[in-house]
Design a protein around this ligand. Sequence first.
Ligand SMILES: Cc1ncc(COP(=O)(O)O)c(C=O)c1O
Length: 405
Amino acid sequence: MVIPFSPPRIDDKIIAEVTKALQSGWITTGPRTKLFEKKIAEYCNVTDVLAVNSWTAGAELLLYWYGIKEGDEVIVPVYTYCATANIVRHRGAKVIMVDVTSDFGIDISKIEKHINARTKAVIPVDVGGLPIDYAALNLLLQKQKVKELFVPESENQQKLGRILVLSDAAHSFGAVYQNVKVGSQADFTVFSFHAVKNLTTAEGGAICINLPKPFKNDEIYKQLNTLTLHGQNKDALAKTQKGSWEYDVIDAGFKCNMTDILASIGLVEFDRYENDTLPKRKWVFEKYTEVLKKFEWAITPLYEDEHRITSYHLYLLRIKDISLEQRNSIIQEIFDQDVSVNVHYKPLPLLSYYKSLEYNMDDYPVAKKLWETEISLPVFYDITEEQVIKVIEVVVKSVNKVLQK
Ligand SMILES: Cc1ncc(COP(=O)(O)O)c(C=O)c1O
């Protein structure tokens, strides 16, 4: 049997909760979604969380809310999934790519030189679940010199008075930064609950709202919530109240609300996340590292240091000094022995669309090296010890075979 890469954990508990939601008479956004939001808010130390139907939709909504438009620039790491950059293009703005450091996070020391009067936001990414250094990024954006460059062009930009930090925390739900869970370090932190993520709702996401004063986060929640429903000032539940049919549309909003069916999956996933899902994923990481670190060719991923603990989302193994061709041959060997692996990520300049916009991979030497030598190993809740051992054996055998050629 092939060992899969990261199947979701769908068991009787999930099926029972989804069935309950289906039978409840309320299947779109309703009480289950609101309860899910409340639980995430408590877990992430923020007052307001808005559930949405994907990371992508939620994050694009935030760029819209901040008034990002054609002519603006948004800084993203070059090493990420396309969604981080695509949402910037959806708003007509320019993607400014910055190289990463060897732990896969954006190189904060390289951001300042890209900041100018057109820069409106930075979207750092917690790749694999390891938080970036939020304190260093916030410090940079608070610098007088950097703030003076900022030219506000919308009411919300005026109010914030600086570059927005929108954290791409698609991978890092449950990760820890300076002793607190990821969620309260940026202006907005957006999680993904896509099927391959640690905590899934099939598709879905959540926005932690954590703007400084004079913003009132509960008011921003209401504004954003309205924007997830076409800018309609009453949601479906409110409209079911007696005589309450009438509504207005106050903006040309989006349509990206989470449904109660999806939230019912999320509620089960949430309740077992901290004490069951995360420890299991940690166990898998530790098993891999315990054995692989003994090999001279292995660069095992960093998943904990004095400020950060990962959410154990992706096990980003690297093979020292191999070429792209060797990496691809190793992957082929691994697949031939019935183990599924992956590569995270093909950097943005290598994707045809971004290549056509004339980004050049040679401008990002660290990302280039990481991508050429990276192989992501399977991590999922139901993986057995036997399977972990098989993955390790197959990886070792495949690397040795290719290195000996
Ligand atoms: C780093 C990163 N950002 C954003 C996304 C997009 O998430 P979603 O599929 O929920 O829109 C993903 C999804 O894989 C991702 O890996």
